[in-house]
Write a protein that binds this ligand. Structure first.
Ligand code: 6CS
Ligand code: FE
Length: 314
């Protein structure tokens, strides 16, 4: 489809979260609930669900034991050294060193990861927060190797997914599963509690195929210093540290990022993004062609509901 045809579609759809439309940075109200389910719908009790709604994230250290994670670590190490994998378009390399930075659609490339992403204990939380059936919108591993693992600058995932993929509403969450220990030193995920309650509409306009650049180093759809400073002043900062197997659920619009890793210890995490089946992708709001399927799966394939006995939280 041409850019003109996409633009034509854009003018008819109502955009609740305009961003990169040539204006200045500005905060807009969030128009969607943070959680649609209740304590009766899944393993999170009222206090945990309330915390997720308030902060925009829930960190659960030691969620999985080493035994659940070990097969994955082995597989993902092999993939990193496999040229048949690293020359695929899903493989994103670090800007300087050329080391493998991210591998997308990893749940389609590796069986152990496919199983983990659909683990009943993960899926039951996703379904509870979304208040509906869920499907995998995106999956990836961020390797963040020792010595040269580069940062992920501050951003709201929703901003990119809305503008570049056409994700209409904030009914989406990420789940980060750590494969290595995450410490304060090796570039853990950092989040700004409460930042998900507003949408930061960003300045600039999106060039075609922006993802080829942004996945190595993001410079569009990132906050300006004044807004970021204000958000951190209001909500503070938290980091998601803990042993391998720790899990963090976080809202699609929470401001987050992670620093570079110059320690010898890699910081590898698998991320799986669950979208509500009631929130299917539309045409991208920037009027450009959609990003490739490996970044945003367009077909909503329901993950079956886990059996009740499988859904204990810890
Ligand atoms: O563009 C994306 O979809 C990805 N980029 C970042 C920096 N975070 C989320 C997502 O994987
Ligand atoms: Fe992100």
């Amino acid at each position: 489809m041409t850019a003109i045809a996409h633009n034509a579609k854009r003018t008819t759809a109502r955009d609740l979260y305009p961003s990169r439309t040539g204006g200045d940075y500005r905060l807009l109200p969030r128009r969607d609930p943070v959680a649609c389910g209740s304590p009766a719908d899944g393993p999170l009790d009222e206090a945990s669900l309330d915390r997720y709604v308030r902060d925009g994230s829930l960190h659960l250290p030691g969620f999985f034991g080493q035994d659940a994670i070990a097969p994955l670590i082995e597989e993902l190490e092999c993939m990193r050294d496999d040229a048949a994998i690293t020359r695929r378009e899903e493989a994103i390399t670090e800007p300087g060193s050329g080391a493998l930075r991210s591998l997308f659609a990893v749940h389609l490339l590796d069986c152990a990861t496919a199983e983990l992403c659909r683990h009943p204990r993960i899926v039951s939380v996703a379904r509870q927060i979304l208040g509906s059936a869920a499907y995998i919108l995106q999956s990836r591993i961020n390797y963040k190797p020792g010595f040269h693992g580069r940062e992920f600058f501050w951003h709201s995932d929703f901003e990119t997914w809305h503008v570049e993929d056409g994700l209409p509403r904030m009914r989406t969450l990420s789940c980060s599963i750590s494969l290595t220990e995450n410490t304060a030193m090796n570039g853990p995920l950092m989040l700004v509690p409460g930042s998900h309650h507003s949408f930061l509409s960003c300045a600039g306009e999106t060039p075609e195929e922006n993802y080829k650049r942004s996945l190595k180093r993001q410079d569009l759809g990132v906050p300006d210093p004044a807004h970021l400073e204000r958000m951190v002043e209001d909500g503070g900062l938290v980091n998601a540290t803990g042993p391998a197997g720790s899990v963090t659920f976080f809202d699609c619009n929470v401001m987050h990022g992670s620093g570079s890793n110059i320690t010898p210890w890699p910081r590898s995490n698998v991320f799986v993004v669950f979208n509500s089946v009631e929130n299917p992708l539309s045409a991208p709001f920037n009027g450009l062609a959609p990003r490739p399927e490996f970044l945003a799966h367009r077909k909503a394939v329901d993950i079956p509901a886990p059996a009740r006995r499988e859904v204990t939280l810890l």
